[in-house]
Ligand binder design. Structure first.
Ligand code: MIC
Ligand code: SF4
Length: 643
């Protein structure tokens, strides 16, 4: 039987398990990436593993999230990250060098490699045929220490692209259409693998846009073939020697096949407040726009900015619109500076930001009260922009630039001929802002600013879990709900006691106080709990507040793993209807937890003494995960198994 691209890469890296969907496998990790907002914790955990040097082929530490330095915290963290990188054999991409996923694509991804990143958009690498997977910092730290990465073998879903994109329609519209069809849960447990004729008309950065937002489908990863287009991109990046062809076999078998006809695709847009709330741009035309933001790891490549600059050339941004542009990398910024496109953007009135995540994660440029913001980003969760009442739409660079010109949402197809962009034969290559690791690591002192607090430690699992349901929430709760980001909270990422004050603050400002008052307890949730980012703070900070278990209808992959990594039991309601029988502040007990896990049984009972009810819950922990939970998290587990 033939193999898909994903199966080929997984089988080349398989360390344990069989490639049967749903069964746990372990794969060897070639490359890792971290970014500053998750990296400090990842490296604190790496340090705790006592490994003298990373054991991966290549590991890179990026600074791109916490670049707004309103106090010393972020700069302290950057200094820590730089010293850790030098000492432990990690490349360090300095602040200003660009967004991790964009730089990784330009300078480091290799077709056929596995890449584990402490950021949920690590699958962006799939644009180049790399199997990129997002994970919590602890899993990435373990990979740097040479441990394999564990996950359930994903199903492989082929998305066959047929036809060709029409004028003014681009890669972002493809992934928005998929989100419309499949929803934010549609990719859970799957790798989205792209094939068909339509792939040939997509450049590597277009493919990366699509792979990037596979994260919004909840997919484990997304991947494109590595073909002549990939080769041309790598040649232009002076990395052709690292190219190899990887295509699916003709007779490859898939668990699911979807077909999308690009000929009929129109410009699409995601309305507030979910990336799957998608409709045709034509349906929302005329909505007044206050802000347009171009950038993020989804749409800030050279191609994207050239198209925007081409559309704005000789025009002025609408007087009611603030246009902000954050280029994806220094390479992109330097190239548009040299070819004149930056001047076109400046002349049109764009506000140029540094090459970083910026507004995407609420690091500045929060829209005005009730403001409408059209963004080329990947997430429009309520409040993520920094303004709770803002209405954030997600669209292609073409649709966003049209909104900047007209001050309202406009179908860009009305604008005549689109600008043409040709891939340059050579990109500007200058890795001067990527610092290689020290050749004399013994001389490097780790710089630990006062913002970096020791990691709280988890306790081994007790036999009885007892406490109150501290919070009842609905479906699709994101990690932005659990552990908000933004310019005020992000600088506290290295300080768990401080950041824990903000757990669920946008949902219920009294949460952390209540958790402390009751000495911890439980969270009750609906479907897809913890979707979105990989931030392990969304598990670690609740753990710090004494959260012992989360009872939900279902969990998102990365967050479920993070809960396990920090010793919080993810429990699934055996009957989803029981969700309605449990209420916030109910007092509950779960008995025989250790016994049940040791006896490898999967069913537990919640005794609800407030309502005199017994409710059945189950867990779906693998044998290894069971041991991790019993040990009180993965760090304890690694320490126990090594000693
Ligand atoms: C995001 O887009 O939400 C982030 C910020 O990049 C996160 C990581 C983080 O919270 O630091 C992600 O996607 O994993
Ligand atoms: Fe940065 Fe936004 Fe991409 Fe997350 S989604 S890595 S915050 S640009």
């Amino acid at each position: 039987m033939g193999l898909s691209i994903s199966q080929k890469i997984i089988s080349e890296h398989l360390v344990e398990g069989r490639m049967i969907p749903g069964y746990e496998i372990a794969i060897r990790i070639d490359q890792t990436l971290t970014q500053d907002a998750t990296g400090t914790l990842a490296y604190l955990q790496f340090e705790a593993m006592n490994v003298p040097r990373v054991r991966t082929k290549r590991s890179v530490s990026y600074v791109d999230h916490n670049t707004l330095q309103t106090g010393p915290e972020n700069a302290d963290d950057h200094a820590y990250l730089q010293s850790i990188a030098a000492k432990y054999g990690i490349y360090f991409s300095r602040p200003g060098n660009g967004i991790c996923h964009q730089v990784q694509l330009e300078r480091f991804d290799v077709p056929g490699d596995t890449l584990l990143g402490s950021d949920s958009h690590t699958p962006t690498a799939g644009g180049l045929g790399t199997l990129g997977i997002g994970a919590g910092g602890l899993d990435v730290a373990a990979a740097m220490a040479g441990e394999p990465f564990y996950m359930p073998m994903p199903k492989i879903c082929l998305v066959r692209l047929v036809g060709k994109l029409q004028k003014w329609v681009s890669a972002k519209d493809i992934i928005l259409e998929l989100l419309r069809i499949l929803s934010v849960k549609g990719g859970v447990g799957k790798i989205m693998e792209y094939g068909g004729e339509g792939v040939k008309s997509l450049a590597v950065t277009d493919r990366a846009t699509i792979a990037n937002m596979g994260a919004e489908l909840g997919a484990t990863s997304s991947i494109f073939p590595s073909d002549e287009i990939t080769r041309a991109f790598m040649l232009a990046q002076e990395r052709e020697s690292e190219w190899r062809e990887i295509c699916a076999d003709e007779d490859a078998q898939y668990d699911q096949v979807l077909e999308l006809n690009l000929d009929n695709l129109e410009p699409m847009i995601a309305r507030p407040h979910m990336p799957d709330n998608v409709c045709r741009v034509a349906e929302v035309e005329g909505i007044k726009v206050d802000q347009v933001a171009i950038g993020s790891c989804t749409n800030s490549s050279l191609r994207d900015l050239m198209v925007v600059a081409g559309m704005l050339r000789g025009k002025t941004v609408h007087p009611d619109v603030s246009l902000v542009v954050s280029p994806g990398s220094r390479q992109v910024l330097e190239m548009i500076a040299r070819n004149g496109a930056l001047a076109d953007l400046i002349a049109a009135g764009a506000r140029i930001l540094e090459c970083a995540c910026g507004p995407c994660i609420g690091m500045g440029q929060a829209p005005k009260t009730d403001g409408v913001s059209v963004r080329t980003f990947n997430r429009n969760f309520e409040g993520r922009s920094g303004t709770k009442s803002a209405q954030v739409y997600l669209a292609s660079p073409e649709t966003a630039a049209a909104a900047a010109i007209f001050g309202e949402i406009v179908d860009p197809r009305k604008l005549g001929e689109p600008p043409v962009f040709e891939l340059p034969e050579r990109f500007v290559i200058d890795d001067g802002m990527i610092i290689p690791p020290s050749e004399r690591p013994e001389t490097v002192e780790i710089v630990r600013g006062p913002n970096i607090k020791p990691l709280p430690e988890a306790e081994p699992m007790p036999e009885v879990l007892r406490g109150r349901i501290l919070l009842k929430v609905g479906d699709n709760i994101t990690t932005d709900h659990i552990m908000p980001a933004g310019s005020k909270i992000l600088p506290l990422r290295s300080n768990i006691p401080a950041i824990s004050e903000y757990v669920f603050s946008s949902v219920d400002p009294n949460f952390s106080e209540r958790a402390k008052q009751y000495g911890g307890g439980f969270i009750l949730a609906g479907e897809n709990y913890g979707q979105g980012s990989s931030r392990e703070h969304a598990a670690l900070a609740p753990m710090y507040l004494g959260v012992k278990a989360v009872v939900a209808k279902s969990f998102a992959r990365i967050h479920r793993q993070n809960l396990i990594n920090f010793g919080i039991l993810p429990l699934i309601l055996a009957d989803p209807a029981d969700y309605d029988r449990l209420q916030q502040l109910d007092e509950i007990e779960i008995y025989d937890v250790v016994k049940t896990l040791r006896e490898r049984r999967d069913s537990l009972q919640i005794v609800n003494s407030t309502r005199d009810l017994i409710i059945r819950v189950k867990h779906d922990l693998s044998d290894r995960e069971r041991e991790v939970i019993l040990a009180g998290g993965r760090l304890n587990y690694i320490r126990n198994t090594r000693s």
